[in-house]
Design a protein around this ligand. Structure first.
Ligand SMILES: [Zn+2]
Ligand SMILES: [Zn+2]
Ligand SMILES: [Zn+2]
Length: 132
């Protein structure tokens, strides 16, 4: 007798008496996603990767340096807009630097690279400007 989840890819066959026991642990059975708000039912064998990688409701650390909040991916854009780049355009005096901080602030290597790049551009500019 085949498993109830045969059409999901389970190819186990067993005697009728064992079916219920197997179906409870079948790697192809649908399970609830552990992330709050998600209504998807991933297969048990891919539930961990769904919850960690694909789920739109998985919690993400806000990328803005100093914020430290954990926000579901579906809500991240709203969070960034409301908390960091809010009021849009002219009314956001810190919008630009918050964005740079978000990109550079969490990554010392990128920060050092930008500093080096700026320094070498400046040196080049001074060299061409004054010596040629
Ligand atoms: Zn099965
Ligand atoms: Zn999910
Ligand atoms: Zn934030």
């Amino acid at each position: 007798m085949p498993c109830r989840h045969a059409d999901a890819g389970c190819d186990e066959e067993m005697v009728a008496a064992k079916v219920a026991q197997h179906e409870e642990r079948c790697p192809h059975r649908p399970v609830a996603c552990p992330n709050p708000g998600c209504r998807e039912r991933p297969r048990a064998l891919s539930a961990a990767s769904h919850a960690a990688l694909q789920c739109r409701h998985r919690p993400l650390r806000c990328p803005v340096a100093g914020c430290g909040e954990t926000v579901a991916e579906v809500r991240m854009e709203a969070h960034l807009r409301a908390e960091h780049f809010g009021r849009g355009g002219r009314g956001a005096p810190n919008g630009g630097s918050a964005l740079v901080q978000a990109i550079v602030g969490n990554n010392a290597v990128v920060g050092a690279f930008f500093t080096l790049l700026l320094a070498s551009l400046l040196v080049n500019w001074i060299f061409f400007h004054f010596y040629l």
